[in-house]
Ligand binder design. Structure first.
Ligand code: DP6
Length: 359
């Protein structure tokens, strides 16, 4: 679909509310580097999660003073959060073109996460997608939207707020970015992995080992900017484009050894890019490396198919099939937990995407 097809042309006024729960996602092929228009430099692919989600209620009413700018209040866990204002202001301003009723309504947005706020887990994917769904409900209520278009447009709007958020609108595996390996792929929104997924990936486990619950040293937006003048940018984008083709075959075949290799390589490449950018960033902690070494040793000793990935921080996402869940749990409790801050970790599993909450 073209960008212009997402412009809602009616002028509507309506009062009401809607509540959505939207999950986080973890990239297997990483998005790192973008054009100013929130178009990715390379396609990325992710597992949608289940237990890490944001629940958001969007209440709306026609605005009294129509000449006022964008009018909204934002509450996180019941408290107003001025820290999110800049990101949200920006989001609203950029999506007004596609849902113009933003300008003649007042919004109250009430949000909470299923995971601890200060866990060092990126929450922009779940929080932005949950808001996008709530805002889009107005268009849905005043126009006849197909389910398919609704989620596609929610993904389109989410992308504008935060790139990776566009991959949270469906599951279990989502792709964002144009690639010759998938006919329906787009730079504007994410699409579902539309080939037959090997059953091993349908209930894949993702345990997030909370190595460092602190704030990220560098925001993703800053990180993407570092790719603009990065010496390795060109080869990285070429590698990611190729990796999308490789992972497509792996997800269909269920070749777990190849899966492990590509997923870990992507994670370490992401950190390699940060280590080699100007200025450079070291986002792993000593315990990140200790845990990685233990995972590699455990895999070599047991021959069990577990692997890790990382986002732009110190925490580790441990990925493994459901069949080895019990033995991996023992491994985490006996050997890895002590390297996590406050011994904490979050058990998650791939999921199907957002849920509407009826109050
Ligand atoms: C390392 O989507 O958070 O998690 O588009 O600037 O909001 P913005 O960036 P963001 O970047 C995510 C980067 C990543 C990799 C990924 O999720 O693909």
């Amino acid at each position: 679909m073209e960008e212009s097809e997402f412009i809602f042309k009616k002028n509507v006024e309506i009062e009401g509310s809607s509540k959505w729960s939207s999950p986080s996602n973890i990239a297997l092929i990483k998005y790192w580097g973008k054009y100013n228009s929130q178009i990715p430099k390379n396609p990325s692919l992710s597992f949608t999660l289940t237990n890490c989600f944001t629940e958001t209620k969007v209440s709306y009413s026609p605005k009294k003073n129509k000449r006022e700018g964008i009018s909204y209040e934002f509450f996180f866990n019941g408290k107003s959060k001025p820290r999110f204002k800049k990101k949200l202001d920006n989001f609203f301003l950029k999506i007004i073109k596609y849902i113009p009723y933003i300008s003649n309504h007042h919004f109250k947005i009430e949000s909470k996460n299923s995971f601890p706020h200060s866990s060092g887990i990126a929450s922009s994917a779940s929080s932005i997608s949950a808001i996008a769904l709530g805002l889009l409900e107005i268009e849905k209520k005043t126009n006849n939207l197909s389910k398919n278009f609704f989620f596609k447009k929610a993904s389109f709007l989410s992308r504008i707020g935060s790139g990776s958020a566009c991959r949270s609108l469906d599951g279990p595996i989502m792709l964002w970015g144009k690639t010759p390996f998938f006919d329906k792929s787009s730079n504007l929104y994410a699409t579902n992995f539309d080939k037959k997924i090997n059953p091993i990936f349908l209930n894949f486990q993702n345990t997030i080992l909370l190595i460092d619950k602190g704030e990220k040293k560098i925001s993703s937006s800053e990180g993407h900017k570092l790719m603009k003048n990065h010496s390795y940018a060109k080869v990285r984008y070429a590698q990611a484009r190729e990796n999308i083709g490789l992972i497509k075959d792996i997800i269909i075949s269920g070749d777990i050894l190849k899966f492990i290799k590509i997923v870990e390589q992507e994670a370490l490449t992401l950190h390699g890019l940060m280590l080699s950018s100007n200025p450079y960033f070291i986002l792993m902690k000593p315990n990140t490396l200790k845990v990685i070494e233990l995972i590699l040793k455990f895999r070599a000793d047991t021959k069990l198919p577990i692997c890790f990935t990382l986002d732009a921080g110190a925490n580790i996402h441990l990925l493994y099939p459901e069949g080895v869940k019990l033995i991996v749990k023992k491994f985490i409790d006996n050997e890895l937990k002590s390297f996590c801050q406050d011994k904490s970790y979050i058990e998650d599993i791939v999921g199907k995407g957002p849920k509407k909450i009826i109050e």
